[in-house]
Design a protein around this ligand. Structure first.
Ligand code: AQP
Length: 331
């Protein structure tokens, strides 16, 4: 079974990225042949500064290794080191409808928030994501809930290509965590915790100090009730319950029983402390790994060589079926 997922080297990674994606990447190493890619090309589709992009890449590579990615048990690489991703994106654009891309909610959100230029790359972002996935004949794509629409598009693109040019791609399926598929902003719990659209106090970063984490949880927005129980009118408490369940690996019902009669203040502090304990080993290991950029470069380069070897037959098949380039020599 092949697992693939990509993650952007933008900003610091938050608790949503960690629970919704990174811890599941680590688990995937024991479930199949796993490939994880830092998608630096995706990060160029919105306004950015080149030195910050490179620094963000090292930050993220160190963070993922600190969280438990093991380059001996997965293929860990940088997207731009494997030019087949960009080539396949171009080929797949011939089976992607303009109207489909116009319907992508992430494009609409990000285009709406753009200060000046809305890059064509932002519009075509989901096709590059489809190329990332399809290039490796991926079965499963572990992602957070916000990626459902992009995964559906990747499936449609694969099916359309197979129908038009002949069976070429595995049609992938997205996998979503049972708890923590959409961690919400602590200050605006009806909006997802996000790198670009969140509030500073409502976003918990993996590398935040314990003091900062506790402060953010203590000031988390709740509601006018008193009971630590899930409910339709309680987005703040629902989110905190979900975070604690994900961090402890337990059911929300168990937590409702445990915190029966406890006030919101006590509960918020308990969630903050659990998150501090949960992230502490990652943060400590991160400091060590981040200092060694040479090691990070070497790790990513070795991963890219393995990824290119896996990508070669798929890109050759796509080119041949589309009639692009010379006729492939007969074996
Ligand atoms: N709030 C979230 N809860 C659960 N999972 C989440 N993911 C993102 N936000 C949440 C998942 O994290 C993975 C990496 O996402 P990315 O590469 O898009 O990184 P990002 O740009 O840092 O993600 P953000 O924070 O969501 O950014 P913006 O603000 O740009 O929208 C994906 O699997 C994603 O589902």
């Amino acid at each position: 079974m092949r697992i693939f997922s990509g993650i952007q080297p933008t900003g610091q990674k938050h608790l949503g990225n960690h629970i919704g994606a990174i811890v599941r990447y680590v688990a995937g190493q024991d479930r199949g042949e796993a490939l994880y890619c830092i998608v630096d090309l995706h990060a160029t589709t919105v306004a950015y500064e080149p030195p910050a992009l490179r620094a963000g890449l090292y930050d993220l590579a160190a963070l993922m290794l600190a969280a438990g990615l093991d380059p001996q048990r997965c293929i860990f690489f940088r997207q731009s080191d494997v030019p087949e991703h960009s080539e396949l994106q171009w080929l797949l654009m011939s089976v992607t409808a303009y109207g489909e891309l116009q319907r992508m909610t992430q494009f609409k959100d990000k285009a709406g928030a753009a200060q000046d230029l809305v890059a064509a790359g932002l519009f075509n972002y989901p096709v590059l994501m489809a190329a990332d996935i399809l290039l490796y004949q991926t079965d499963e794509v572990p992602v957070g809930d916000d990626q459902r629409q992009h995964i559906e598009l990747a499936r449609n693109i694969a099916e359309r290509f197979n129908a038009r040019f002949g069976e070429t791609f595995v049609v992938p399926r997205g996998t979503y965590p049972q708890v923590g598929a959409r961690i919400m902003d602590l200050q605006s719990p009806t909006r997802k915790m996000s790198t670009t659209g969140g509030s500073p106090q409502g976003t918990v970063y993996v590398t935040d100090t314990p003091e900062a984490i506790i402060k953010k949880f203590k000031s988390a927005v709740t509601d006018s009730g008193r009971e630590v129980l899930r409910g339709p009118e309680k987005p703040g408490i629902n989110n905190l319950l979900e975070i604690l369940a994900a961090v402890r690996g337990c059911e929300v019902q168990e937590l409702e029983r445990e915190f029966e009669g406890a006030g919101y203040g006590q509960f918020k502090l308990a969630v903050g402390e659990a998150v501090v304990d949960y992230l502490r080993p990652v943060r400590e290991r991160y400091q060590e790994l981040r200092a060694d950029e040479r090691m990070l470069e070497q790790t990513l380069a070795q991963g890219a060589a393995k990824a290119r070897a896996l990508a070669a037959p798929t890109i050759a098949a796509a080119r041949a079926r589309m009639g692009v380039g010379p006729v492939a020599p007969q074996a």
